[in-house]
Design a protein around this ligand. Structure first.
Ligand SMILES: Nc1ncnc2c1ncn2[C@@H]1O[C@H](COP(=O)(O)OP(=O)(O)OP(=O)(O)O)[C@@H](O)[C@H]1O
Length: 225
């Protein structure tokens, strides 16, 4: 079976800076691949390329067998929901002035999967999946704790029915007391939904505990780990 994500010889550049320099790795469905390395080694640039937020200079990114780098913006729109990010700053990932339930509903609306009959129930289901209720749904992001806000961000990502989550430091901004809760939630979701995870994290112990395999990056390249 081909991997869910197959990255080959990825190169990402910013002008003359080569941030990612020939990186290859795979992520299977239901698998967590950890990505660690010192600040500035190219982890987030790798994530941005997989998410197609940054077009790579060269290399291949196959998702579900489809070569993403060859796709135009219109074709990419069909793929984007299947690969969703969860970023470090839970407040920064959400719009500050919109209620949580509207933000969780947004992908459903954008993808034409919203109806007045089924939409609100689906949002309640998504909130329940991440341990939030309708009352949380009625609040604004700043009225939630960091952990609750990260849960809302995960619910929003799940609204797209993704197959792969790019977890870019998803617990680094949270109080230590909330980290285990979010990591356990992600493990539960993976078990029930068969999600693949690319897990970027500074916390070596968390990454080792959470990942099936760990890749180490240094100066844009993967090192033998
Ligand atoms: N938008 C950008 N413009 C120019 N250079 C950038 C940009 N983003 C990243 N870089 C550079 O690319 C290199 C890799 O950065 P990247 O953010 O991918 O590393 P990282 O491992 O994710 O770091 P951190 O752990 O600090 O987030 C660094 O030299 C960084 O300065």
């Amino acid at each position: 079976m081909s991997p869910l994500l197959d990255v080959r010889e990825l190169v990402v550049r910013y002008g003359r800076t080569t941030a990612v320099d020939g990186v290859s790795f795979q992520v299977d469905a239901g698998e967590t691949v950890g990505l660690i390395g010192p600040s500035g080694c190219g982890k987030s640039s790798t994530a941005a390329a997989v998410l197609q937020l940054r077009r790579p200079h060269s290399g291949e990114i196959r998702f579900g067998g489809v070569e993403l780098t060859a796709l135009g913006e219109r074709e990419l729109r069909a793929v984007r929901p299947r690969v969703q990010p969860v970023f470090q700053d839970p407040y920064g990932s959400l719009s500050p002035r919109r209620r949580i339930r509207d933000q969780v509903a947004e992908p459903l609306r954008a993808q034409g999967r919203w109806s007045a009959a089924t939409g609100p129930g689906r949002v309640r289901e998504l909130l329940a999946l991440v341990g939030l209720d309708g009352e949380h749904g009625g609040r604004l992001p700043h009225e939630l704790s960091g952990g609750q806000c990260q849960r809302a961000g995960i619910a929003r990502a799940l609204a797209s029915d993704p197959e792969l989550l790019i977890l870019d430091e998803p617990v680094s901004a949270l109080d230590p007391s909330m980290r285990a809760g979010i990591l356990n939630l992600l493990l539960e979701l993976q078990e029930t939904r068969g999600l693949g995870y690319l897990f970027i994290c500074h916390d070596l112990a968390a990454v080792r505990h959470f990942s099936d395999r760990v890749l180490t990056m240094r100066e844009g390249r993967l090192t033998a780990s």
